[in-house]
Design a protein around this ligand. Structure first.
Ligand SMILES: [Zn+2]
Length: 69
């Protein structure tokens, strides 16, 4: 039975220490990239959905704008 190394950042199991350290290094960088990207993507999608809601009902336009600010 071989020992698996579990990644600190995701649920990946690596079969050797060598592969593990490569993956952790890669995964760490990827995680940091994804974290900042996800945050900005969420902001964008929130804004887009708000814009869509606003254009569906123009009466709510000023209300939503006030809430966002
Ligand atoms: Zn990982």
């Amino acid at each position: 039975m071989s020992v698996n190394f579990k990644c600190l950042y995701c649920d990946h199991y690596l079969s050797s220490r060598n592969v593990y350290s490569q993956h952790v290094k890669y995964c760490n960088e990827l995680k940091e990239l994804n974290t900042s990207t996800e945050e900005s993507n969420n902001d964008i999608s929130d804004t887009v959905s708000s814009i869509n809601e606003m254009s569906l009902d123009s009466d709510d336009f000023s209300q939503i704008e006030e809430l966002q600010n």
